[in-house]
Design a protein around this ligand. Structure first.
Ligand code: 5GP
Length: 194
């Protein structure tokens, strides 16, 4: 998606060979017009997949997920990273190791909001090693729901998550794929595989 790639090149900050900071439009400050375009793009790509629900993980997946949910006219559920006083029983849970924080969180979703009748589109901001996607897949499996595919705003193609998930036959739609962050420079992959 050209608009996404242009934004990364204009505003992305390379923190290391492994980490890109995009806090001016996605991870801290949010660009609503860009989120709207992202939502429309995901909705277009998955319009024939029979999606009944979108699942993401707090907090940075929520903005693109809500915009996609608006376009597809389906509810959006986000997995919570912290135990909530109001989220007490009937939980589906999974462990997720955070790439950026280097800590393991238990994520949870109420059984009320995902069930065996659902066809789920998963959305997240970044794909690195695939830990977040794997945790959400675990939850979808526990619910007995069907995973239609995964929408990723920024995939880091030099990390293994995308390859491992595609090998498993999971449909991954990434709006931009980063080939390398070496020498402080963002190199984008030209052809975005679908
Ligand atoms: P994974 O679970 O695929 O290893 O990593 C994806 C998760 O880690 C995303 O939910 C995202 O929050 C975070 N993440 C991974 N790599 C980056 C990065 O380069 N920049 C930012 N801002 N977040 C990242």
């Amino acid at each position: 998606m050209k608009q996404m790639e242009d934004k990364i090149l204009a505003e992305g900050k390379v923190l290391s060979d492994q980490v890109l900071k995009v806090d001016s439009f996605l991870n801290h400050q949010i660009d609503p017009q860009l989120m709207k375009a992202i939502g429309m793009e995901f909705a277009e790509r998955f319009k024939d997949a029979g999606i009944t629900k979108i699942l993401t993980i707090e907090s940075s997946g929520i903005a693109p997920a809500v915009m996609a949910g608006l376009e597809l006219n389906v509810p959006v559920v986000f997995a919570r990273k912290r135990k909530s006083l109001t989220l007490v029983d009937d939980l589906l849970t999974a462990k997720v190791h955070s790439f950026t924080k280097n800590e393991t969180n238990e994520i949870s979703v109420s059984k009320k909001f995902i069930n065996a009748d659902d066809t789920v589109l998963m959305i997240d901001d970044f794909l690195a090693n695939g830990q977040a996607v794997n945790g959400l897949m675990d939850i979808i499996e526990q619910a007995g729901a069907t995973l239609a595919g995964v929408g990723i705003v920024i995939e880091k193609g030099f990390q293994q998550g995308g390859e491992l998930l595609r090998e498993k036959g999971i449909r991954i739609e990434s709006l931009a794929i980063i080939e390398s962050l070496e020498n402080g420079e963002v190199k984008l992959k030209k052809e975005v595989p679908t």
